[in-house]
Design a binder for this molecule. Structure first.
Ligand code: NAD
Ligand code: TYD
Length: 340
């Protein structure tokens, strides 16, 4: 199969490219990526040496570029990871999120309709379900939970999901959707909680924890997310939604303290800062459907995954040092100076 991975120069897409090359030598993989601030060709350095891999620079919200990709490559499968993905940036400037996440997805779907496709897979998020209260640990998101978004990011992802369902029904696009909880692991861009805390701790910088640090996220090691998507594109039923999560709920403060412990750093580095606007309290996935229908199980427990992740950041300093030495400094000042 010829599989196009949009957003494959980012965190999860990059890991998915490596997952495919390792587990499916029979497939040809194309990464289609605009290389925004979050895209990094260094992430794909080893993939670029593989004869079953090709990189194409392009924007999912540029119709001419997307149609050219379909005309030239005639893909069998599209896995759409390309997105603006950071909630805090969406709160500062929603418009780009609407263009990339909604219009971009609709253009990919138009291309599938015009040129044909065997499978379109939309990588979505549990954030489309909104949040759960902290005092109801018995509640979980299922595929039947209503959409109820909190941030411009989650609203844009929910809109994209609705478009995928509409194109699937109206134009018979063979589509599937996965909604995953928070991922962590190698190549995670430094603006997100786990890499930000690892990198700041290594640099003896303060660790900015929003609010009281009691918000809960359901952490999934990125390779387990990749195995779920791989199963869905091969065995998942057209028109279906699959929730992906590993029952690894942690408060933010627990995650930060675990990282400090692994690195042997002091908890004095923790600094509680102004909370995120509209901050979702708790995400928690019920993965029963993908477990029972597709036989998926996550392999990595949080305690092991977080150690592997810290180790990766220790061994790959050049990857993140280059990122944080550039434009990222301006981003960091803009986002964090006013929170103190
Ligand atoms: P990321 O920000 O690390 O990577 C996004 C990639 O998309 C980058 O390589 C970027 O260059 C590319 N991109 C952005 N706009 C583009 C455009 N217009 N055209 C082509 N490429 C473009 O994101 P991530 O964390 O790897 O997330 C990937 C997907 O998974 C997203 O759709 C996100 O909503 C979803 N998701 C992420 C998480 C998580 O915990 N990170 C959890 C659930 C779902
Ligand atoms: P993040 O990695 O941005 O993912 P998401 O908002 O999509 O869940 O944030 C994870 C949690 O960590 C979220 O509750 C916000 C919190 N957080 C902090 O406390 N400090 C930070 O500097 C960041 C980036 C996030």
């Amino acid at each position: 199969m010829k599989i196009v991975v949009t957003g494959g120069a980012g965190f999860i897409g990059g890991n998915f490219v490596y997952y495919l090359l390792k587990n499916h030598a029979e497939d040809f993989v194309i990464c289609y990526d605009k290389l925004t601030y979050a895209g990094n060709l260094e992430t794909l350095e080893d993939a670029l040496k593989n004869k079953n891999f090709k990189f194409v620079k392009g924007d999912i919200s540029n119709r001419a570029e997307v149609y050219k990709l379909f005309e030239e490559e005639k893909p069998d499968v599209i896995v759409n990871f390309a997105a603006e993905s950071h909630v805090d940036r969406s709160i500062e400037d929603p418009e780009l999120f609407l263009r990339t996440n909604i219009i971009g997805t609709s253009i990919l779907l138009d291309a599938c309709k015009k040129f044909g496709i065997k499978r379109f897979h939309q990588v979505s998020t549990d954030e489309v379900y909104g949040d759960l209260p902290l005092d109801r640990p018995d509640l979980f998101f299922t595929e039947k939970t209503n959409l109820h978004t909190s941030s411009p990011y989650s609203a844009s992802k929910a809109s994209a999901d609705l478009l995928v369902q509409a194109y699937s029904r109206t134009y018979q696009i063979p589509a599937t959707i996965s909604r995953c909880s928070n991922n962590y692991g190698p190549y995670h861009f430094p603006e997100k909680l786990i890499p930000l805390m690892i990198i700041n701790a290594l640099n003896e910088k303060k660790l900015p924890v929003y609010g009281k640090g009691i918000n809960v996220r359901d952490w999934l090691y990125v390779e387990d997310h990749c195995s779920a998507i791989d199963l869905i594109i091969r065995n998942g039923k057209v028109g279906e939604i699959y929730n992906v999560g590993g029952h690894n709920e942690k408060t933010n403060i627990d995650v930060v303290k675990t990282i400090l412990k692994i690195l042997g750093k002091s908890e004095d580095l923790i600094e509680f800062v102004t909370d995120r606007k509209g901050h979702d309290q708790r995400y928690a996935i019920d993965p029963t459907k993908i477990e029972t229908e597709l036989g998926w199980t996550p392999k990595t427990k949080f305690d092991d995954g977080i150690k592997k992740t810290v180790d990766w950041y220790l061994k790959n300093k050049s990857w993140w040092e280059k990122i944080i030495s550039g434009e990222y400094q301006n981003y960091y000042s803009k986002m964090y100076e006013h929170r103190l």
